[in-house]
Ligand binder design. Structure first.
Ligand SMILES: [Zn+2]
Length: 1151
């Protein structure tokens, strides 16, 4: 589009919006007049006045929104004009051509994101993948590596400095439940740790899982607690990472990753007064830079990782780059750098940590001495160290140390000593620590060996490493990218766990969204109570402490589920049930907090508030009846008396949302409780079977206008027969006579109709689907952009070789995916209504639905895709949904890492099929110069783009056998499982950027907004029927939406520093400023603002909320020591810097 046209569109946009807003204002005023004309008793004057005040507030908000929008557009015009002037002065440039228009000036704010596109410095892992042959030759003793040689004089100048780091890997649930492991193993390990470390000051150990540590701490007396504190102070015990768990890095969403880190760090600071400085992630199945970002942001300087593709390890070992500075793809500074140590060998157990030869190293795992519980599979047992054998033993070990040292650029060596649930028995401590101490003593008494060895912690190691590097003037290389998809041997790629147990991966995100919503509403409730009471008191009957305990339970159960055997779907069946029950109970508890917070906030007369556990004023519209079933809608009984619906918008954006409830009548009316204005609504059938509509339950959908973070009340009543718009149905089924739907108009496709595609459209998009299957075929945008987008379903089986797919591994057969076939075509049901229209395909194993919402704003711009899948009848099969498109994406596509950032992927033919699957927690896209097709998801699963233009996601997997990674079972506990997506096609302008290279890409603002709405749906609560209704008024905490590139990640109440389990006045404010793509500006523009500045004023963002004592902190909110001394910043305006892509954390009090 030419510059002049762009200007017209912009000006036109301003005009349209102004007209629309005026229209909306008129509507509101009419509503007001209507109210005034009603008769009213004298006593209601006060109430009316306050209603009027509400209305004025609303009008004010609308005007404000409008002004902001005009300001943004004016800003954009100014920027454009300036650049135009600049170009004109330079001369010789055809300013009206697209090429002259740099991406940076198409949208304000874009420049910030574009600047982050510098991914040039350092090694890019994608390039390493292009380089490696993946030929897997036999490396000898170090099977996946190479023969390592040395002369022996390498350490003459500077001795080898060895740190043996004792560790015990405790999974918070895997073969046993969290509590099961704790009782049987973990508490004994920690009890012995206290005794055995205290017995000898030279002994040291590290511990990672705070979930276990805090449970154990709770059982200690004060004397033992003092011993723990002393061990920490003396540096004998080090808490590493400090997360609640050692989190999975593929399926976890960054909200939960950060929350579990916060839970651990805050616990450590409160109870122990320490904070971690080194990360330790030896078992997660692949590694993500999102985790690295969070660790660095939480103040950690170093980290260790282990499960990296064996070919990548070998390459890094050859280059001596196993230690590197891990940098974010999008970061052009060194701010996000963290020192990372990659373990070189196959595993974190002793045979694979002392050096390259496991048969030798196993002899130095003294827990495997003859007659103990474990043996060496290499058939050479360890020997106790004696005076007779010490020289031979020491030299044998030193040889391994020296070989391993040759893989690193410094002479400092990290030797982990441990395994799963190690150091349990007292005698195990003795055999390990005593025998190693003898070896160390021998080394240290023989200076001619040029080796110094001792027990150490991670910090000991990294501190010495950093000193040695500084002294030698060396710097570590910089690396960008991620470590997916992990393979530990041969073609055993761990891409199965990206989807395993998808039911729980979805439940995880339901809890996450519920927790975030509850945290925010609870914090706002406490602030509002303090404001209303004036003296910092809370409402006397409000169970703030109970609610805070529920929030803590929710945080900790979500945190526990981020463990690398939990959200991964790689635990035993009973353990999965334990996790599921925890998630389920947490959701129920959080619902109670939501209900009573909303209750108090909405009451016009706060003195009417009373809390009753058994009889709550509000109930959830959607209920969960068990840990393994999908949520169910409550059927509302309607009458002439209004039934109240309370809707909470958990997003920081004003949004139009379709609210869906189930009612007992096909005739219903919804009005805005404030204005009395009727809402656009439609009635559709509740289908009890593919072609059998319920005669007792009906789905009522209406459009709600929800201001940011608001609670809004609607009234539903029964209305006169035929007054509500009913959806019209069209069926294509092999047996047309059997459709039962007495309340709805039903037609059947005629033979000629059945020959041409089905089509639905709204004002933004038109879609075409096959009339035979109902599956999508083509999309067209209003702009004219057309793309073939064919939805297919396919099966993968597993290989006939002995190693088959299981919970971790995806090992498909050589035939690849087979198209889903059916003996009878599916029943296809088309519904058309004023609020939405959709096409549902009912296949034997799944029901698939595509829906278009007839809405203004971003909700109307994408296609909602939902599936419910049931593959319980199958054996060794995996079901995928594939999009086959004509987007010319080559072998490139993009998938997200933890919902935090996008990562480029290259589909490589030299790799087996299963290696080309990647984790997707929230988004993937393919693009060419003219278009981008994004698939946004509400749950984690595996994604691939096996051929140009394709995207496929694995929906469920059912596998009968174990895949030999210790789990000892298959994955056969499948259930009816839901998955939800938004499919978004966008024009890409200025396609000159092209595709190729390891460019950094972001979602567009429209995709960010769509994803936000998808992951954080409105929460609907209802008043019980025939309830004596007190007067309610909406709760509107923000005057304006936040800028649409600023995400309110959380607003969570912190624990009182003095009083345990009690909410303090202090709240954690977490903001994530998103990077966004500029080449796909939607027309007309989105109804939100963003800024070209990094500086923002928090008070303006959250007006009319006011913050005081604002402290910027690390991402896990640890209190800095100097903070208490710093002057309170109460009177200052709270201007702060929010950088694109970065999360900012503040501890604040809400005034
Ligand atoms: Zn583990």
């Amino acid at each position: 589009m030419k510059r002049s046209q762009l200007l017209y569109v912009a000006v036109g946009g301003v005009f349209c919006l102004a007209v629309m807003s005026l229209y909306r204002m008129l509507e509101l005023m009419q509503g007001a007049e209507h109210q005034q004309s009603l008769e009213k008793p004298a006593g209601q004057v006060g109430e009316d006045l306050s209603r009027l005040q509400e209305k004025i507030d609303r009008l004010e908000r609308l005007l404000y929104d409008n002004n902001q929008l005009v300001a943004t557009l004016r800003d954009s015009l100014r920027v454009r004009k300036e650049s135009w002037e600049k170009e004109r002065r330079r001369g010789g440039v055809n300013v009206s051509s697209d090429s002259a228009l740099s991406q940076a000036d198409t949208l304000p704010g874009c420049q910030l994101a574009t600047e982050k596109k510098d991914g040039t410095k350092g090694v890019q892992l994608l390039d390493v993948y292009d380089l490696l042959p993946f030929d897997n030759p036999d490396g000898g003793a170090w099977k996946q590596g190479f023969e390592i040689s040395y002369n022996g004089n390498e350490w003459d100048e500077q001795p080898l400095e060895v740190f043996v780091v004792a560790h015990s890997h405790n999974d918070p649930g895997w073969l046993k439940t969290f509590d099961g492991y704790y009782q049987d193993q973990t508490r004994h390990i920690l009890d012995n740790m206290l005794i055995k470390l205290s017995a000898d000051a030279r002994r040291k150990m590290i511990w990672a899982e705070i979930s276990y540590f805090s449970k154990w701490w709770g059982e200690l007396d004060e004397q033992k607690r003092e011993m723990v504190r002393r061990l920490l102070k003396e540096g004998q015990l080090e808490l590493v990472t400090g997360g609640w768990v050692m989190a999975d890095e593929a399926n976890s969403h960054y909200f939960a990753l950060l929350d579990q880190l916060m839970e651990g760090h805050l616990w450590m600071q409160r109870h122990l007064g320490v904070q971690p400085s080194s990360g330790w992630a030896i078992d997660p199945f692949g590694h993500s830079p999102s985790m690295t970002y969070l660790l660095k942001g939480a103040g950690l300087q170093n980290m260790v990782i282990q499960r990296v593709h064996y070919a990548v390890k070998k390459h890094f070992a050859q280059q001596q780059t196993l230690e590197f500075l891990w940098r974010q793809n999008w970061d052009s500074s060194s701010r996000s750098d963290i020192t990372c140590h990659m373990m070189p060998f196959y595993s974190y157990d002793v045979p694979h940590t002392c050096g390259p030869n496991p048969a030798v190293c196993c002899q130095f795992d003294f827990h495997r001495l003859p007659k103990r519980r474990v043996q060496c599979p290499w058939k050479i047992p360890p020997q106790p160290i004696t005076e007779q054998n010490i020289k031979e033993r020491a030299l044998l070990l030193l040889d391994q140390y020296r070989q391993k040292s040759r893989l690193f650029s410094s002479h400092v060596l990290l030797i982990p000593l441990g395994d799963d649930f190690r150091f349990m028995e007292s005698s195990e401590w003795d055999v390990q620590f005593d025998n190693y101490q003898k070896l160390f003593d021998y080394f240290n008494q023989h200076p001619e060996l040029h080796v110094k060895a001792r027990f150490g912690t991670l910090s000991d190691y990294f501190l010495t490493l950093s000193k040695r590097l500084n002294a030698s003037g060396k710097t570590l290389p910089t690396l960008r990218g991620d470590f997916f998809t992990y393979a530990d041997r041969d073609d055993h790629y761990w891409s199965g766990y990206f989807t395993s147990r998808p039911f729980y991966k979805r439940l995880d995100r339901t809890l996450e969204a519920t927790l975030r919503a509850t945290e925010i509403l609870f914090s706002l409730t406490l602030a509002e109570m303090r404001r209303v009471h004036g003296d910092g008191r809370l409402a006397s009957d409000f169970p703030a402490r109970d609610h805070f305990l529920s929030l803590t339970l929710g945080r900790r159960n979500l945190a526990l589920f981020q463990h690398h055997d939990a959200v991964t779907g790689t635990a035993r069946d009973p353990v999965v049930v334990d996790y599921g029950t925890r998630l389920f109970h947490s959701i129920l508890k959080l619902h109670q907090v939501l209900q009573s917070s909303a209750h108090w906030l909405l009451l016009m007369d706060k003195s009417q508030y009373s809390h009753s556990q058994s009889k709550t004023f509000l109930q959830m519209d959607e209920t969960f009846s068990a840990q393994d079933t999908l949520p169910q809608k409550t059927k509302l009984t309607l009458s002439d008396e209004p039934r109240s619906l309370v809707i909470f918008n958990p997003t920081e954006q004003l949004r139009s949302s379709v609210i869906s409830v189930v009612v007992d009548s096909p005739d219903a009316r919804v009005v805005d409780a404030e204005t009395g204005q009727p809402m656009a609504a439609q009635i559709s059938a509740v289908w009890e079977g593919p072609n059998r509509a319920s005669t007792e339950a009906f789905q009522l959908d209406f459009v709600a206008e929800l201001p940011p973070l608001s609670l809004v009340v609607y009234h539903v009543t029964k209305s006169s027969v035929g007054s509500t718009h009913r959806v019209q149905y069209t069926f294509n089924s092999h047996d047309s006579s059997t459709v039962k739907s007495e309340h709805f108009q039903v037609s059947h496709l005629t033979r000629t109709e059945a020959g041409s595609p089905l089509s639905l459209s709204n004002k933004h998009i038109q879609i075409w689907s096959s009339s035979e299957t109902g599956l999508l075929q083509k999309l067209r945008l209003q702009s004219g952009l057309v793309r073939q987008v064919q939805v297919q379903f396919l099966w993968y089986g597993t290989t006939s070789k002995s190693d088959k797919s299981g919970a971790y591994l995806f090992l498909p057969g050589p035939e690849g995916a087979q198209l889903y076939s059916y003996s009878e075509p599916p029943l296809v049901r088309v519904s058309r209504g004023p609020i939405f229209s959709d096409i549902t395909s009912c296949f034997k194993h799944f029901t698939h639905r595509v829906r278009l919402y007839h809405l203004e704003g971003h909700a109307g711009r994408s296609v909602e895709v939902s599936n419910t899948v049931d593959i319980r009848s199958e054996v060794n099969r995996e079901l995928v949904m594939r999009l086959v498109t004509d987007v010319s994406s080559g072998n490139l596509f993009f998938s997200d890492l933890n919902g935090f950032q996008m990562q480029q992927r290259r589909t490589l033919e030299k790799l087996p099929l299963q290696a080309n699957f990647y984790p997707m927690s929230s988004a993937a896209f393919v693009q060419d110069t003219g278009s981008r097709l994004s698939l946004l998801s509400a749950q984690s699963q595996a994604v691939a783009s096996l051929r140009p233009g394709e995207l496929e996601v694995v929906l469920d997997r059912r596998l009968q056998q174990d895949d030999n990674r210790g789990l000892g079972q298959g994955v056969t506990d499948n259930k009816l499982t839901a998955s939800l997506f938004q499919l978004l096609l966008e024009d890409r302008k200025g396609g000159a950027q092209g595709v190729g290279g390891s460019s950094v890409e972001h979602l567009s603002l429209l995709a960010h907004m769509t994803s936000l709405s998808l992951c954080h749906p409105p929460i609907t609560m209802v008043t019980p029927s025939r309830n004596q209704m007190p007067k309610l008024r909406p709760f509107l905490p923000l005057r304006l939406s936040l800028p649409c590139d600023v995400h309110l990640l959380n607003l969570k109440t912190l624990e009182d520093p003095q009083e345990a389990d009690t909410p303090s006045q202090e709240v954690a404010l977490l903001l994530h400023r998103k990077g966004f793509d500029c080449s796909s500006a939607p027309q007309p523009a989105l109804q939100c603002t963003w800024s070209t500045q990094e500086e923002v004023n928090l008070d303006d963002l959250f007006s009319p909320l006011r913050f005081r004592s604002v402290h910027r902190s690390g991402l896990t909110l640890l209190r800095e020591h100097h903070e208490q001394e710093s002057a309170p910043q109460q009177q200052q305006t709270h201007i702060t810097v929010l950088r694109p892509m970065e999360i900012s954390a503040f501890r604040v009090e809400i005034e």
